[in-house]
Design a protein around this ligand. Structure first.
Ligand code: AP5
Length: 209
């Protein structure tokens, strides 16, 4: 049983590493950002409520996120564990998770603000298959096109400068305190997330062993 969460600021590389580790451990990769974006794309009432918060870089209210997350971790494929990416993000979310499905390991991605801003502003995503690229560190083979399906790559609305600034401020104020929540419970492992994806991946594996 693995119940793991990746914690860290926007653009830290959580999603990039979660895709790899979840496949290696054969557990589902649960990104609350991806779940909320899927709800918004499907124009469900919940997705429409979340969309405005996400576009501007603010957190979606706890009650909405908890509804999405609890439904997802209740599915059969999460019975033997899961890898959370982007959850919890508030002390209230962390406290609720403790009573529903306590985590056994939390990996904190540590890196400086200037690296985050560079990674976020140069991220591009495929709107069809959701593959994540980076104009600097992981460009597509053909400029502007997805390697897998040829779709035209797009920039996430919250990767524009004003939303990036809001996300980093919200992170510092509301999410960073969770680091102490898990450190106090002896479950936190901190990694240096400034290296290449392979270097970071080695640290992630060591931290979740
Ligand atoms: P979410 O989708 O979770 O965004 P985030 O936490 O801001 O994280 P990102 O996806 O921006 O970054 P990442 O760390 O996954 O980095 P990535 O691997 O892509 O949340 C979006 C919004 O949804 C929130 O703002 C909020 O509104 C809402 N939301 C979600 N969860 C919520 C919750 N629990 N409560 C309330 N609201 C919630 O990497 C970034 C870039 O860098 C990529 O281009 C990648 O290719 C590149 N890269 C990755 N690793 C490296 C490396 N080692 N070296 C060089 N480049 C790298």
């Amino acid at each position: 049983m693995h119940r793991i969460a990746f914690l860290g600021p926007p653009g830290a590389g959580k999603g990039t590493q979660a895709t790899v580790l979840a496949a290696e451990l054969a557990i589902p990769h649960l990104s609350t950002g991806d779940l909320l974006r899927a709800e918004a794309a499907a124009r469900t009432p919940l997705g429409l409520e979340a969309d405005g918060y996400m576009r501007s870089g603010r957190l979606v209210p706890d009650a909405v996120v908890l509804r999405v997350l609890e439904e997802r971790i209740g599915r059969p494929d999460a019975r033997n564990g899961f890898l959370l990416d982007g959850f919890p993000r508030t002390v209230a979310q962390a406290t609720t998770l403790e009573s529903v499905a306590p985590l056994d390991r939390v990996v904190f991605f540590d890196l400086p603000r200037d690296v985050l801003v560079d990674r976020l502003s140069s991220r591009r995503v495929c709107p069809t298959c959701r593959t994540v690229y980076n104009l600097l560190s992981h460009p597509p083979r053909v400029a502007g096109r997805c390697d897998r399906d040829g779709a035209e790559l797009v920039q996430r609305p919250d990767d524009r400068p004003e939303a990036i600034a809001t996300r980093l401020a919200v992170y510092a104020e509301t999410t960073a305190p969770i680091v102490d929540f898990y450190r106090a419970r002896g479950r936190l492992r901190t990694i240096d997330a400034t290296g290449t994806p392979d270097e970071v991946g080695r640290q992630v594996r060591a931290a979740t062993r």
